[in-house]
Design a protein around this ligand. Structure first.
Ligand SMILES: Nc1nc2c(ncn2[C@@H]2O[C@H](COP(=O)(O)OP(=O)(O)OP(=O)(O)O)[C@@H](O)[C@H]2O)c(=O)[nH]1
Ligand SMILES: [Zn+2]
Length: 208
């Protein structure tokens, strides 16, 4: 296993590459690369094409959502965004999804479900996190920057609706040449969740 964090990331413990293989999907045959990071979790890059040729690739920095990504939940838009990001990258022939294990905006699965239970009783997603003693968003993106350095990528076209994500990457020295919207999966179960993200978290979303 090879440590891959560069000198520019010396403040964090090294990111260790564990393994890499082909990943055939309905969209394209991607490569999957797995890393172990300082948080002792396994983080993933799903990539396609030559990313280090100087042209900014499409990049989706995706936060783990077991319920949306794997269990078809309609409470959020995560699974739809993941699919649409993979499809868009496949169409472009080039790009990467950084799949970060920051479940529940960084508070973990159990706490996210606690927050869902509060939302079942009328709280919104921000109020529920606060009621549990967490910030609205507990994520940080230094690891995403380490993964981009691993890929040899400094400039990206970032697929997101989240202004905090753009700011965090830019602050860490990544050039975001374009912000590509990833608006998909609006349904009656996630409409008020998405409205709260637009109203309270500043997400760039166009809602009916
Ligand atoms: N704490 C908490 N986390 C949630 C909730 N709903 C979804 N999540 C988590 O939020 C993360 C996804 O964040 P989003 O705000 O949907 O999207 P984003 O990644 O910030 O922004 P985009 O790039 O535009 O998708 C995943 O880790 C989900 O598990 C919720 O109600 N409470
Ligand atoms: Zn989700």
């Amino acid at each position: 296993m090879e440590p891959v964090a560069s000198a520019r990331t010396t403040k964090r413990l090294p990111l260790v590459k564990i393994a890499e293989s082909k990943l055939p999907t309905p969209f394209a045959e991607f490569r999957i690369t797995v890393f172990r990071a300082a948080d002792d979790k396994e983080h993933v890059i799903v990539s396609l094409g030559d990313l280090a040729n100087g042209e900014p690739p499409l990049v989706r920095v995706h936060s783990e959502c077991l319920t949306g990504d794997a269990l078809f939940s309609l409470r959020c838009d995560c699974g739809f965004q993941l699919q649409s990001a993979l499809a868009t990258i496949a169409e472009a022939g080039r790009g990467a999804v950084l799949y970060l294990r920051q479940e529940g905006r960084g508070i973990g699965l159990g706490n996210k479900i606690r927050a869902y239970a509060l939302q079942d009783h009328g709280r919104d997603t921000v109020e529920a996190n606060h009621q549990l003693g967490f910030p609205a968003d507990a994520r940080e993106y230094g690891l995403a920057v380490d993964l981009l350095h691993f890929l040899g990528v400094q400039k990206i076209k970032l697929m997101t609706n989240n202004p905090l994500k753009v700011d965090a990457l830019v602050t860490h020295g990544i050039e975001v040449t374009e912000r590509v919207p990833v608006q998909s999966g609006l349904n009656p179960h996630n409409e008020s969740y998405l409205r709260t993200k637009a109203d309270k978290m500043g997400h760039w979303l166009t809602l009916p």
